[in-house]
Design a protein around this ligand. Structure first.
Ligand code: ATR
Length: 268
C-alpha cells in the first residue's frame, strides 16, 4: 500500500489524513495516510528516512514549509515564488517540492464560491508566509490591482516590491476593494485586525484564510460592514489537498462532497 504522511509540529489537529482518505475512497484507491509530529531539529533526517524506506509522498505544514523548499532537489514555480512548499514527491531519485496552497485558495474562490479574480481590485491583509504562498497564483489570475497591508508596514513593502504589487499603511488604505483576503494569523488568538469600513463597497467579497471557526473575527468585521459574501478558508484546505493528491495519484478528486464531510466533522 502506498504510504503518505503529513508532517508538522504540532500536527494533532490536522485534517489532511481524513481528507486524503475521503479522496482515495472516492476513487477506489487504498492508501495509508497518517500524521507525524516531527521534532523541530530532525526534519531533514525524518524526510530522508521516510523516502529511503519507500514512502510515496509527504504533506508538510507549519513550521516546516520553508525547510521543505530548501531540502528539495527540484522545486515547482509556485514553491519557488513562495520559497516554501507543502508537498513532496520522490521522482527518479530526486526530491520534488510543490506548493499547492495558493492554487488551492484560488480554486476555492473561483470554483466553490464562484467569485472572480480577473480584473478585480484585491486587498491582502498580512505579509507573512501565508501571503508569500498565495501571491504568485493570485497574480497569474490577472487581477487589476493587488495591494498589501500589514500591521508591520515594512514587511508589506518588502513583499510588495518583490512581487511587483503595491503596499499601503494599514491605517491609510485608499479606496474600496472587490475582494479582501485576510492572511494574518490575528483571528487565531481571538484578536482582531482594525480595518476601516471605508474599504468595503456594496459588492465587496471577503475571504479569510483561517478556518478554525465558522465565523472568524475578520468575517464578523466584514458582516458588520455590510458584506454579504464572506467565507472562511476551509475550502482552501480541501482544495490544496486535492492538488497534492493529484500530484501523487494523477487523479483529480471531487472536492465538494469532501468539503461537506469535513465541515460537518469540524462543526463549521
Ligand atoms: P504565516 O506564515 O501564517 O503568514 P507569519 O509569517 O507569522 O505567519 O505572519 C503572520 C501575519 O499575521 C503577519 O502579517 C502578522 O503581522 P506582523 O507582520 O505585523 O507581525 C499578522 N498578525 C498576527 N497577529 C496580528 C494581529 N493581532 N493584528 C494584526 N496582524 C497580525
Amino acid at each position: 500500500m502506498k504510504k503518505f504522511l503529513v508532517l508538522g509540529n504540532p500536527i494533532k489537529h490536522s485534517q489532511s489524513p481524513a481528507i486524503h482518505q475521503q479522496f482515495a475512497q472516492q476513487l477506489g484507491l487504498e492508501i495509508s495516510y497518517d500524521k507525524a509530529e516531527v521534532p523541530l531539529d530532525d526534519f531533514a533526517n525524518f524526510v530522508k528516512t521516510f523516502f529511503a524506506e519507500g514512502g510515496e509522498g509527504l504533506n508538510v505544514t507549519l513550521p516546516f514549509k520553508e525547510q521543505t523548499f530548501a531540502l528539495a532537489d527540484v522545486v515547482s514555480p509556485s514553491a519557488k515564488a513562495a520559497r516554501a512548499a507543502n508537498t513532496l514527491k520522490m521522482k527518479n531519485g530526486e526530491l520534488h517540492a510543490y506548493n499547492t496552497d495558493g492554487r488551492g485558495m484560488l480554486q476555492d474562490i473561483t470554483h466553490r464560491l464562484g467569485w472572480s479574480v480577473r480584473d478585480k481590485r484585491i486587498l491582502i491583509v498580512g505579509a507573512g508566509g501565508a501571503v508569500r504562498g498565495i501571491l504568485q497564483p493570485l497574480l497569474s489570475a490577472s487581477p487589476e490591482e493587488v495591494i498589501i497591508v500589514n500591521r508591520t508596514f515594512e514587511k508589506a513593502q518588502r513583499l510588495a516590491a518583490e512581487f511587483g504589487v503595491y503596499a499601503q499603511p494599514i491605517d491609510q488604505i485608499e479606496g474600496s476593494f472587490d475582494l479582501i483576503i485576510n492572511a494574518t494569523s490575528a483571528g487565531l488568538d481571538g484578536s482582531d485586525i482594525s480595518l476601516s469600513a471605508t474599504i468595503v463597497a456594496a459588492h465587496t467579497q471577503c475571504y479569510d484564510m483561517l478556518y478554525q471557526s465558522a465565523e472568524t473575527p475578520f468575517m464578523s468585521w466584514a458582516k458588520c460592514c455590510g458584506v454579504n459574501e464572506v467565507s472562511n478558508g476551509l475550502g482552501m484546505l480541501v482544495e490544496q489537498a486535492a492538488l497534492s493528491f493529484n500530484i501523487w495519484h494523477r487523479q483529480a478528486p471531487d472536492t465538494r462532497p469532501v468539503f461537506d464531510i469535513i465541515r460537518k466533522e469540524l462543526k463549521l
